[in-house]
Design a protein around this ligand. Structure first.
Ligand code: ZN
Length: 73
């Protein structure tokens, strides 16, 4: 992947933060999960220096690859 940190030059290790929505039903004896969304990427950070990396530098193919990796494909 053509991904690099503009700050420290790291090209190997990145943190991807995702956001996922779950709907939990309360009422019976147990909590029940009734719905959940696929995780969406909301932040991409350099794992070395934690500088934010612009997700937009990835092309469509790389973005799809990343989403598949995260189980959101
Ligand atoms: Zn960095």
């Amino acid at each position: 992947m053509a991904l690099a940190c503009a700050d420290c030059g790291n090209e190997k290790s990145f943190q991807v933060k995702t956001l996922q929505m779950h709907v939990v039903q309360v009422g019976g004896a147990e909590l029940e999960l009734s719905d959940q969304s696929a995780p969406a990427v909301f932040e991409l950070l350099c794992d070395e220096c934690e500088t934010e990396v612009d997700f937009a530098i990835l092309d469509a193919e790389q973005r799809r690859e990343l989403m598949l990796l995260l189980g959101a494909g």
